[in-house]
Design a protein around this ligand. Sequence first.
Ligand code: AMP
Length: 584
Amino acid sequence: MTSFKEFTDVCKEIEGISSSLEITAVVSSLLRRISEGDDPDTELSIVSRFVMGKVFPDWSAVELGVGPSLLYESISRTAGVPVRQIKQLIRETGDVGEAAKVALEKGAAESQTTQTTFLDFTDAGGAGGSGGEERDGDGEGGGGGSGADGRLTIVEVFGRMLSIAQASGKGSQQIKIKNLQYLFGTASPGESRYIARIVLEELRIGVGEGIVRNAIAQAFGEDVGAVERSYMLINDLGEVAVTAFHHDLEQVSIRIGRPIKMMLAQIGGFGDVTGGYAAEWKFDGARVQIHKDGDDVRIFSRRLEDVTKSLPDVVNLIKSQVTANQAILDGEVVATGPDGKPLAFQEIMRRFRRKYKVSAMAEKIPLHLNLFDIMYLDGDALIDDALHLRRERLESVVRPHARLRAAEQVVTDDPGVAHAVYQAALDAGHEGIMLKNPDSVYSPGKRGKNWLKIKPIMETLDLVVVGADWGEGRRANLIGSYMLACYDPDTAEFLEIGRVGTGITDEQLSELTNLFSQYIISEEGRAIELQPAVVFEIAYEEIQKSPHYASGYALRFPRLVRVRFDKTPEDADSIERVGMLAGG
Ligand code: AMP
């Protein structure tokens, strides 16, 4: 049994490393050590996710369901430190993990003087269990502090997290708190630091999918491409690690019910159609991947989260209009307004996120489904077939309906024809067109030239930087994201419009940190208030109305294009221009 401490030691080590290659080597050697233990399958599967800060795969319907207040309450009860002090610690350290560690150390120090021990709580409803001992004291004065290094195993931590996730209905909050108390009470403060971060999905030690994929390949002497392929097909690096350990990657294939990574598009131009491309509208909606297995229909979002429950109308459409018994389909749902034009993206997101009164919402915001691909049909994986063959299969199983159809396709090598399709798409309120190579295979998770997108070029915005956040983990000394604002010439105020953290290279990060150090007005936790001095040119996908920011707008997918050293803050774009670009 591998101890949880072995895992947290590795996390600590990684936090001190900046090179991805070195981090990969550390993760790989952890995986190798685990594979030599007595329960490699279970432990590899857990650790490969833990190290990315995940407990369950994204597509899994199982979720921890622990928000900050439940976590603070659990730490408070364990440490005997009031919640408000924990919140204060979080403000001071900017890190929930560090706050948990400090609080639990404090609790431990105090409990030594009051002789309280935590050993009475070792059965607080572990894996599969429920309830458990009630802690005496619920905050101040009841503190028992924390446990000792190395008492918890990785499997036990996961088991408790599973119990937390499975707790539902009446009394579930108490079960969650008790399991967390058990974990914090048994772990040492240093281990608790990582438990708190994992529970809130904020591990942030700089290990992402790419590193874990490479580490798995390295640990078990497998080809990175083979590991990647399996991951694209089954979407769980835990399972991929186990499969790689058994040298079984070749056997991995598409499975109905398990989302595969979506094929992506890169930017193209009309000249690209020479040679023959299939032009389709680029619908202004949200991507969905649908798995039909008889009457069992599951729908996954672009992030491969299971959104089936929020979309019963789409489920019914699939059941009645798709004649295949088993199929995996790719498409875009569009919400349309009374004028037949697509509604803004956030309206669709309201449908996707809806958990209660789903059918009322379905009536309010009806969805139309445009199917454009099929990856599996009645026992056959189709991803290695050419698009034009998949297209035939798709059409053969879709019975068109007012709200469901196979997206229209025009195959052409004439840029003028492609342009006409593009214009029609824009006139109908959609985003532009997709150009697809009719001979191409379906490449899960790949952004390549087989799928090209053409959209009108968005004008950029010049915005003033008014605040920022320090980064985390190995980027703690660098500013990680910037708060942007537009200008209101009437009031001479800078009105916030959102943050940007992408489009910034590692090199730029440190240059920008240096640049901004002279403009820092104040700091609180990780948040920095900046004197408005620097203007960023920002590209974005869309401007949306938003109550969150003083400007009343927010940017979707903002990206730094360049620093406009030539502009003063007052030269930044005005709120009026933002409103105009947003469409009124
Ligand atoms: P982008 O998000 O700008 O990279 O563009 C790719 C996205 O366009 C896909 O993920 C889909 O959500 C969306 N899309 C809309 N219509 C189509 C289509 N006909 N084929 C493929 N993707 C489409």
